[in-house]
Write a protein that binds this ligand. Structure first.
Ligand SMILES: Cc1cc2nc3c(=O)[nH]c(=O)nc-3n(C[C@H](O)[C@H](O)[C@H](O)COP(=O)(O)OP(=O)(O)OC[C@H]3O[C@@H](n4cnc5c(N)ncnc54)[C@H](O)[C@@H]3O)c2cc1C
Length: 372
């Protein structure tokens, strides 16, 4: 994006949500010298890509939360956005505070079950403690059932079995194929091979039928889990890895006409929200036909910020298009499976590139802070 640009008076960009998309957008606005406010309900960025390692390795969680204020100073405001008003160009926070914008970037992302996502408005210290407490729940369980064999579920099962090889780990998945359906077949096959090599037991093509009656994330001896095929499984700890939902609460009241069925915002090729030339959607809350990935959120942020700058200087807007799928799955710290631009990568390469550190270095560098 280059250096500082000349910005007309009155330009103030509000970025709602400080996930992967939000911090990339804020950092690029900061480098370009554009006035901005980043709003998030918490005080620290959560690198949720590493959340599963933080669930098994004591002391790891503190590396997965990065305080916003140290990077963005007074350009960061902590608060929950309750609504946006496109008429008056205002973002309204819980408690009534209003922030005026000339341009708005919505990056409210998605939520899902803990530990893959952390949805609570907790302080950094409390968030870290929540993961440390969860590590202890895993440590005292002799057996763990992971529900859901998408990307998060397979990584969770692999993390537990790698850190605690003596525990019985069962992964139950409603379909036969594991991981993301947009991955090439051979990568999905390899996911299965790695899990079996590690000793994870697979129950495929079955659903848990009594999940709502069972405690999640708390160790209790001999929980009785029933499946829709009539089987009964016994386990000490159940971890749910299904059910990602778009976080639409910030904009649902005023942008309902621009929302897809799942709550994501319909965008054009420039990532402008349908019907608004000064409102952009970035990351998981953008309705794009591609896997929901932190990697994509970063690409979207560059396009959205670039287009705000282009629109200010009268240049044509750039377009975003989805490339072939690139996705890396950490199968514990010592193994990995994935593809780059549609081509399967060797396991050692994924292990080296992603699994060892889960790309934490990248976010700490982006936030210009030293990793603890
Ligand atoms: C376990 C797991 C592993 C993953 N691994 C990978 C991986 O290896 N590679 C990859 O590319 N992707 C991975 N993903 C997907 C990736 O995490 C998401 O695609 C990414 O987090 C999306 O970024 P985002 O900025 O759109 O939103 P999010 O990261 O969801 O962040 C949204 C932010 O908005 C804030 N927010 C929401 N609503 C409001 C509101 N009303 N007011 C104020 N703040 C609000 C939230 O507090 C949050 O900080 C993984 C996901 C999971 C769950």
């Amino acid at each position: 994006m280059g250096g500082q640009v000349s910005v007309p008076e009155g330009v103030h960009v509000v970025v709602v949500g400080g996930g992967f998309g939000g911090i990339a957008a804020a950092q690029q606005l900061k480098s370009a010298g554009v006035s901005f406010t980043l709003v998030d309900m918490r005080d620290a960025f959560h690198h949720n890509v590493a959340a599963l390692r933080a669930s098994v390795e004591p002391g790891f969680a503190q590396r997965t939360f990065i305080p916003y204020a140290e990077t963005f100073g007074s350009s960061f405001v902590q608060g929950r956005v309750e609504r946006v008003d496109p008429e008056t160009q205002m973002v309204v926070l819980q408690g009534g505070r209003e922030i005026q914008y000339s341009h708005l970037i919505l990056c409210t992302g998605s939520d899902g079950p803990f530990p893959g996502k952390f949805n609570t408005e907790a302080s950094l210290q409390n968030a870290v403690q929540t993961y440390e407490d969860f590590v202890q729940q895993i440590q005292v369980a002799d057996s763990v059932l992971v529900v859901g064999g998408g990307g998060t579920g397979v990584e969770m099962a692999a993390e537990i079995k790698t850190e605690y090889p003596d525990k019985k780990v069962v992964l139950i998945h409603s379909r036969i194929g594991l991981a993301d359906p947009q991955l090439v077949h051979s990568v999905r096959q390899q996911v299965k091979e790695v899990l079996l090599e590690k000793g994870v037991e697979l129950v495929l093509g079955q659903k848990v039928s009594n999940l709502s009656e069972l405690p999640l994330n708390v160790t209790q001896k001999d929980l009785e889990v029933k499946t829709d095929k009539g089987e009964t499984l016994r386990t000490d700890l159940i971890i749910s890895c299904t059910g990602i939902r778009i976080n639409s609460a910030a904009y649902a009241s005023s942008l309902a006409a621009s929302m897809a069925e799942d709550g994501a915002l319909k965008v054009n090729d420039h990532l402008q929200v349908q019907g608004f030339s000064n409102v952009y959607a970035v990351g998981d809350c953008a309705d794009l036909q591609e896997p929901k990935l932190a990697y994509h959120a970063g690409l979207h942020a560059s396009v959205a910020v670039g287009n705000i700058l282009n629109s200010l200087s009268g240049k044509p807007l750039s377009t975003y298009s989805t490339g072939s799928v690139t996705m890396l799955l950490a199968m514990g710290r010592d193994d990995g499976v994935g593809q780059f631009n549609g081509f399967r990568l060797p396991r050692w390469m994924v292990a080296l590139g992603k699994s060892r550190d889960l790309l934490l270095w990248k976010s700490w560098r982006e936030m210009q802070q030293k990793q603890p």
